[in-house]
Design a protein around this ligand. Sequence first.
Ligand code: CDP
Length: 215
Amino acid sequence: TEAIVTVDGPSGVGKGTLAQYLCCKTGFHLLDSGAIYRSLAYGVLDQDLALDNLPGLVELAENLPVEFIETSILYQGQDITAKVRTEEVAAMASKVAAIPEVRAALLKRQKDYAQPPGLIADGRDMGTVVFPNAPVKLFLTASAEERAKRRVKQLKNQGVDVNIRQITQDIMERDERDRTRKTSPLVPADDALEIDTTDLSIDEVCKLAMDQLWK
Ligand code: CDP
C-alpha cells in the first residue's frame, strides 16, 4: 500500500548511513527507531526508573517527551543528541527494548511515520513487526569485528574517546540481547533481502539498495 523501505540489522552495520542516503535520494521521511529507544533509555536513566517498574516504564514510553527536529533530539526541550550516543545509553536501550509492553507502547508512534511520499525505516524489527507489509525490506549484516571497527570510527568522529576491546564487547552483549529476546528478536523478515556488508564500501551498499528500490 505505502512506499516503505525497511532497513534492519545489528549494531554498527551501517543502517543509519544507508537510511540517510536513501532519504536524500527519495525525499522520503526517516524513522530512526533506535533514536526512540535511546531517548526512552535516556529518560529511564534520568528519572532513575527501575527496570522492574513496568507501569513506570510503559507510562514513560507512551508519553515520551521527545521531539526530533532535523538532526537534533530534544527531550523536554533539552538537546540530548550527543548524550544518547553513548554505549551506556545504548545498553539501557537494549534492556528496555526487551520488555514486550515497552515495545507495544512505542508501536503507534513508529507507525505514524508512514506518511506520503514514503518512509525509510531504520531499526531491528521494522520489516518484521512495525511495517510487515513494506514492499522493500533490507537486512544488513557484517562480521562483529567489522561492526566494532565501524562503530569506533563513528564515535571517534563524534569526539568520543573509545577503546576497541570495550566497544567490541559492548556490541556483542547488546547483539546477543537483541537476538535472543522473546518479543521482536533481531531476525530478518522472510521477505527481506540480506546484504552482507563486511567487504563492501558504503557506496557499494547504497548502490545495491537503490537497485532494490526501483525494481
Ligand atoms: O546505532 P545502533 O545500531 O548501535 O543502535 P540503535 O539502532 O540506536 O538501537 C539501540 C538499541 O535499541 C538496540 O540495541 C536495540 O536493543 C533497541 N532497538 C530495538 O529494539 N528496536 C528497534 N527498532 C530499534 C532499536
